[in-house]
Design a protein around this ligand. Sequence first.
Ligand SMILES: Cc1ncc(C[n+]2csc(CCOP(=O)(O)OP(=O)(O)O)c2C)c(N)n1
Length: 188
Amino acid sequence: MMKGYEIISTLTDFIGNNDIIVSSNGNISREAYHLLPKPQVYLRGSMGLPIPVGLGLALANPDKRIIVITGDGNFLMGLGSAITAAFYKPKNMKILILDNAQYYTTGGQKTVSSIINYTRFLDSLNIESQSSKEASQAQLELDLIEFLNSKTFSVLHLKIQEDKRDLVNIPWHPEDITEKFQDKFVNS
Ligand SMILES: Cc1ncc(C[n+]2csc(CCOP(=O)(O)OP(=O)(O)O)c2C)c(N)n1
């Protein structure tokens, strides 16, 4: 299994100025802050928000591609919003689930993600999706290309290994993040 940061780092090769990345709070936002071009929408504090925030951005900005990176804990906490997103299916919205089956950020407590058959669950919502466990680097690149270039709302679910990287927290307050994001994407 790959590690979350290897996947986020690979993603950097496939994104451009037209993309807005929304990352879930905790470790994933820290990785996104360290690895992706700045600024992006790094959620801090509350869990469960990456899909609702991503959905709002996708519906309001049809000319931009919105890529949500979410941990499985965040995905489960905001599950209702995943179903709302599946209802609206904005074609410019892509959801990458990094599933380590734990709340890594707060000490590795187990989530209940392992009970979900993601392929069947996402199929039942008529979502274009891929789910994988043992991706090689080459396979990951192919999966990311297909996921990002898909002409429709799509989800990529990847089982990952925990990170064990000690990253410092994002040095920007939420207000700074909003301001920098607006400067880049709204006022330009
Ligand atoms: C509403 C809420 N509950 C609990 C927390 C504490 N908390 C912060 S990050 C996190 C874990 C997030 O898990 P996941 O999305 O799976 O990402 P991972 O940490 O595994 O990368 C928890 C429990 C919080 N910030 N907000």
